[in-house]
Design a protein around this ligand. Structure first.
Ligand code: URA
Length: 192
């Protein structure tokens, strides 16, 4: 089976079996999207309103900004894989609760094991917190991090970035995010 076929099967399974409480209020599950063979996986927080309605991650204002930043480093959105730690939209875009993250965790871990990316890029503090629970994004953003995550097997490379939607309307964060984003090609070069 190809990675794409494995992901399709995985999504079908978890769509039925995920016990996330957000299922009740969300329109649909928002699956990861993009190239299953990518060396890079971007992980966001949770779907917002547009994503919930259209069933695709990062298609609102934050997604547009993300696509622009990808273009700035000569990567097309469809060449990378983009997903979220939580697959259902929290009401009024509130932060996902710890139990909601936990209920979607196995889905994400399975996704990552199938894709087996060289680099995982966190978009914001929520995905970062799943892998680096004691760190602050203000301390570790833009730094290449290597850590062994038992569920993922071998040592894994990570890069934490500020969330595009949070940085969009905050001049300082925006500059930092654009600068950090440019570190992705160098990080990949180091790893590959
Ligand atoms: N913000 C996220 O974290 N994920 C999305 O899919 C959209 C906005």
């Amino acid at each position: 089976m190809t990675k794409r076929e494995q992901l399709d099967e995985l999504n079908k399974y978890w769509q039925e079996n995920c016990e996330c409480g957000l299922k009740v209020t969300a329109t649909q599950a928002v699956f990861g999207d993009g190239n299953a063979n990518s060396d890079i996986v971007f992980i966001g927080e949770a779907p917002g309103k547009n994503e919930d309605l259209q069933g695709k991650p990062f298609i609102g204002a934050g997604g547009k900004f993300l696509a622009e930043m990808l273009e700035s480093i000569k990567i097309k959105r469809e060449d990378v894989y983009i997903t979220n730690i939580v697959k259902y939209r929290p009401p009024n875009n509130r932060d996902p609760l710890p139990e909601e993250k936990e209920e979607c965790n196995e889905w994400l871990m399975n996704e990552l094991r199938i894709i087996s990316p060289k680099l995982i890029v966190f978009l914001g503090r929520h995905p970062m917190g799943r892998f680096f629970p004691t760190e602050k994004i203000s301390d570790i953003h833009g730094k290449l991090l290597i850590k062994k995550i038992p569920e993922l097997g071998e040592k894994q490379a990570f890069l934490a970035l500020y969330h595009p939607a949070a940085a969009l309307y905050n001049g300082g964060l925006r500059e930092t995010l654009i600068k950090d984003f440019k570190k992705i090609p160098k990080a990949l070069e180091k790893i590959l």
